[in-house]
Design a protein around this ligand. Structure first.
Ligand SMILES: [Zn+2]
Length: 156
């Protein structure tokens, strides 16, 4: 899955190089919540190519992206076969770090966030705003978080 399908770059017009950078990178798997499809963790299969200098640099960048979005990234050693048991144990281990309460809060927050539309032009979450003046004063709408650069609007 492309990193740009999971993450967005703030102020994309000023951070084009980062947008291109996440556009060209992928993770092997994305683990999502059953209820909300909110991403919970990425998973990567690390084969021996991950020891090459350019791969090391790439891995470091991907780690940083996940870290800054506070999303977990689970690295698996790339093997010919896996047992469900060992994969399950690794994933359980990671999620055990989050208490049940945290997972619940996470899910609640994410369903709230899930209702926020994405700017059709910039592909980043929009912000709920209120019309200040004119006939429509008091009316709510979603504006792009990239305003003033982008004036895209979505009805509330
Ligand atoms: Zn926009």
């Amino acid at each position: 899955m492309s990193l740009s399908d999971i993450f967005f770059v703030r102020r994309p017009d000023q951070n084009i190089s980062y947008r291109n950078k996440i556009d060209r990178k992928h993770v092997d798997f994305l683990i999502c919540s059953n209820d909300t499809l909110r991403p919970l963790a990425g998973a990567e299969l690390d084969d021996t190519s991950h020891n090459k200098p350019d791969r090391v640099e790439r891995d470091r960048f991907v780690n940083e992206v996940f870290k800054s979005a506070e999303l977990k990234l689970i690295r698996f050693e790339n093997k010919r076969t896996y047992t469900i048991q060992e994969v399950r144990e690794r994933i359980d281990e990671i999620f055990a770090e989050l208490s049940k309460e945290e997972v619940k809060t996470y899910a609640a927050v994410s369903s709230e966030k899930a209702s926020v539309p994405t700017c059709p032009k910039c592909g980043i979450p929009m912000v709920l705003r209120e019309e200040k003046k004119g006939d429509r004063a008091g009316e709510k709408f979603y504006g792009c978080s990239n305003f003033h650069k982008c004036r895209e609007v979505v009805r509330y």
